[in-house]
Design a protein around this ligand. Sequence first.
Ligand SMILES: [Zn+2]
Ligand SMILES: [Zn+2]
Length: 456
Amino acid sequence: MSNSTFPRKWTTEFTKTLLSAPNFIVFSYLDFLDSVFCVIYKYLDVFFEGKASPCYCTTTKISENGSNGKMGGNEEIGMSETLHGRKKKLKELIVLIQFVEKLLNKKKGVEGDYRFRNQKKAAVHRLGNRWSDCGCDSCISWMKTDDPKLHVVVKEASSQEDSKGNPNPSENVIFIHGILSSSSFWTKTLFPQLSESKKSNGYNMFAFDLLGCGKSPKPRDNLYTLNDHVEWIEKSVISRFQLNSFHLVAHSMGCIIALALAAKHSKSVKSVTLVAPPYFPSKDGVEFTVINSLTPKKLWPPEAFLSSVMTWYEHLGRCVCLLMCRNHTTWERLIKRLTGVRDLNFMFLDLTKHTHHSGWHTTHNVLYRGVKQMDRNLEILMKSKKKVHVFMGTRDRSVPPDCGDKMKKKFPDVEVNNIPNAGHRSVIFRREKDFAHDLLQIWENAAADHHDLHEV
Ligand SMILES: [Zn+2]
Ligand SMILES: [Zn+2]
């Protein structure tokens, strides 16, 4: 090493360390704060509901019915390693948390005792929202029905006739939105655009709110795994409307769910269109690659900081939900009054329509963990010669813009369209007309291919 490169290298290293110091200090403080809130929430949960909610701070894992217990088989259930693997530096605090937990359980008795004492209160809380979740009509109306289903918006095909006057059979399209969103993502943007084209008359379109989002059920006794989401879509859309064949269109995290659904129903699916899919080649520990890539611990910009708090800190995230989501109706009223705007943007409204439990688990179990299953599901689709189309914005800042190219490298039959200068959402929103046109073309081609396959 020459004399001149040594100091330069040393200076670069020094600057790097200096710049990472605020990061280290702030996130160490947040680690500490999260553990403090763990203890606070245990007390508050016991106070309001009679029993502490289980969390992922200690090394014991949470079983499917939501109770603490040592358990293997995480992998089969579809839970993300990131739930337990977030670094915990303050061992003393964990010991304290475990001590508090034991003390509280002793004081209040175990579950059986709790059930007798708080039967009414418990029935509501165990099924649905916690004291820290919103209890407005729109958030809890699903609890009033015996067999709750996802909130589905249907745009039916208008009856069409061919040249001989016979009715044309209609086709079905299922739309899946991304994280912290709802069916409005499609119904308020793309549906009006599609309606403008006569070609869309032959399609029944189904958009729904994912489990735990918007007006859909937000059960507390669910771990929001990829499998859970798929099953709720099956019972709320596919079985309910008896869809024997369908096209799929999905955005962002919805793409992971779309691929799982498509692979499971590979005979029924006609085409799959993925917009901004978070794709990472599957391998062991990919969950941590995804969490570090999509939501790294970063102080700047503010939205990146907020996402890192929401995904790395279970209890601090619950504080944000307690403040924002639990009181979303109050915030909406306040903002309307302050700004004088009557109709707030649906994307803003959708951000707060979930419980902490549903948002936290969906992020870890679908976004981080579900990525692991994408390769397997793509393989199934490629084998059954299904068309998969990807639309990626070259300026996407939420998922790496090369996700489409990476997918193409592994699965050459996937059709990738990189849209210049488009972002994560603007890949649809600023070009709805073009996107609607592309979709109609994809569906038409898929129908032709399907016909060819049958002829062979
Ligand atoms: Zn905790
Ligand atoms: Zn609400």
